[in-house]
Design a protein around this ligand. Structure first.
Ligand SMILES: Cc1cc2nc3c(=O)[nH]c(=O)nc-3n(C[C@H](O)[C@H](O)[C@H](O)COP(=O)(O)OP(=O)(O)OC[C@H]3O[C@@H](n4cnc5c(N)ncnc54)[C@H](O)[C@@H]3O)c2cc1C
Length: 394
């Protein structure tokens, strides 16, 4: 089918199958993450996920045999454009750990058995994954991880602690970095494991955030038995796997953002500042800042689109995930700063109907983490300096 016919067919299908409630701008608490423990916010959210999963469009470019849609990169772009035009929400958040991070890594490096076991659950939104990289003494210096996996015949025995594990308490599986050779140079003694969170010996303890929410956990492993077939990639080669996954993470934080599913900043600001002459935002200074932000965001979106095209053609240069991640983090922080400037002290209201229990204020506080999560801004700048600009080390 040519792309024009595909576009018409896609538009007709989305119009017929996307419930009206799933065409409203999405707020943070209504995003869909899926998994066994997921409680749908509405029947429309459940139906929308089910319909998209049946069509393979939760993971449009994955092969059909693993629950994907088998679409080409160009077809997937058309699907995204049509979803944006109709304001359809993503059925599962595209930055989720399974869909955005692990799935593409298993597609590249997994055994046929691992692909068959893990990909369909992600593509149907049935299994939620979390990421076990950081430890109390290993964040930016990730290769210093100390959680051990000891060879015990047909399985490993894992002991140690992870921290900042987003949504570990709500996840079904965890992918994690473990030390399998304590004597090798630190990058060489690491392996990458896939672990069922229901395995005896795993405990999660939530961490309270400044936003009042509790998105993180400490995760403890006490003599946890993990079958050897859950090793992704080669033994002691986990560092390479983790780098591929981190590139997926940084790329997906930025490149899969849907502009249309979110409310425009100008309209949101107008709720607080009010409209002046000609229906424009009444505060001229703020209007100018928002216009500048919107232009920067459009430029960013075009750059992310191009990076996606080059990536699909195997031509993306090194460092682009870091460039996108860095820019997106700064733009998102800017967006929320401007919104808070529009709302002033009223938007600081933590509870109450007008601010929907401080939704924007909580999002603003949450955005402080954008320049830390997925690798801090300083680390991205180091990567860009080395791999893109080829600058000499300090
Ligand atoms: C919202 C959020 C969600 C997260 N989710 C997860 C998750 O699901 N799973 C997971 O494993 N981790 C997760 N993390 C952890 C995240 O990956 C780490 O916080 C991050 O990598 C930084 O590590 P750190 O916190 O140990 O800080 P540190 O590494 O101690 O860094 C402290 C400061 O020093 C700077 N710094 C460190 N080294 C250098 C250097 N070489 N050059 C210049 N500056 C440097 C850093 O930029 C930072 O400003 C999450 C973090 C956040 C904020």
């Amino acid at each position: 089918m040519n792309l024009d016919d595909f576009r018409l067919e896609t538009r007709a299908w989305l119009e017929a199958h996307c419930p009206p409630e799933m065409r409203q701008p999405v707020v943070d608490d209504e995003r869909c993450w899926g998994g066994r423990k997921w409680v749908f916010h509405s029947e429309a959210q459940r139906v929308w996920l089910q319909r998209m999963a049946e069509r393979g469009w939760v993971a449009p470019t994955w092969p059909r045999e693993y629950g994907g849609g088998g679409l080409s990169h160009e077809e997937a772009k058309v699907l995204r454009e049509e979803m944006d035009a109709l304001h359809c929400r993503p059925p599962i958040e595209r930055v989720s750990q399974g869909l955005g991070l692990l799935g593409p890594t298993i597609l590249r490096l997994g055994t046929p058995g691992q692909k068959a076991e893990h990909l369909p659950g992600i593509a149907r939104g049935e299994i939620r994954w979390c990421q076990g990289y950081s430890e109390p003494n290993a964040g930016s210096d990730l290769a210093s991880i100390q959680t051990r996996a000891v060879d015990a015949g047909d399985h490993f025995v894992v002991n140690g602690q992870k921290i900042w594990t987003s949504h570990a308490d709500k996840s079904d599986w965890i992918f994690m970095l473990v030390r399998t050779d304590a004597h090798a140079p630190k990058h060489r003694g690491i392996s990458f494991l896939l672990v069922d969170m229901a395995t005896p010996g795993i405990q999660t303890r939530p961490i309270q955030l400044i936003s009042g929410k509790s998105a993180f956990c400490e995760t403890f492993f006490d003599d946890v038995m993990v079958p050897k077939e859950n090793l992704l990639g080669e033994l002691n080669q986990g560092w390479e796997v983790s780098r591929l996954l981190l590139a997926n993470e940084r790329g997906s934080i930025a490149a899969t953002r849907s502009l249309a599913a979110e409310r425009s900043l100008g309209l949101s600001a107008m709720d607080w500042v009010g409209a002046g002459e000609g229906g424009r935002l009444s505060d001229a200074g703020l209007r100018e800042d928002i216009a500048r932000y919107e232009v920067d965001m459009l430029a960013f979106t075009a750059a992310a689109e191009r990076a996606g095209d080059l990536g699909a053609a195997g031509q993306a240069g090194p460092g682009w995930p870091s460039i996108l991640k860095l820019s997106y983090a700064e733009l998102n922080q800017k967006r929320l700063e401007l919104l808070m400037a529009a709302g002033g002290t009223e938007l600081l209201e933590w509870e109450g109907e007008r601010t929907r229990d401080g939704e924007e204020c909580r999002a603003w506080l949450r955005s402080k983490a954008n320049t830390i999560e997925g690798g801090s801004t300083e680390i991205q700048l180091n990567i860009i300096a080395k791999r893109v600009l080829d600058l000499p080390g300090a």
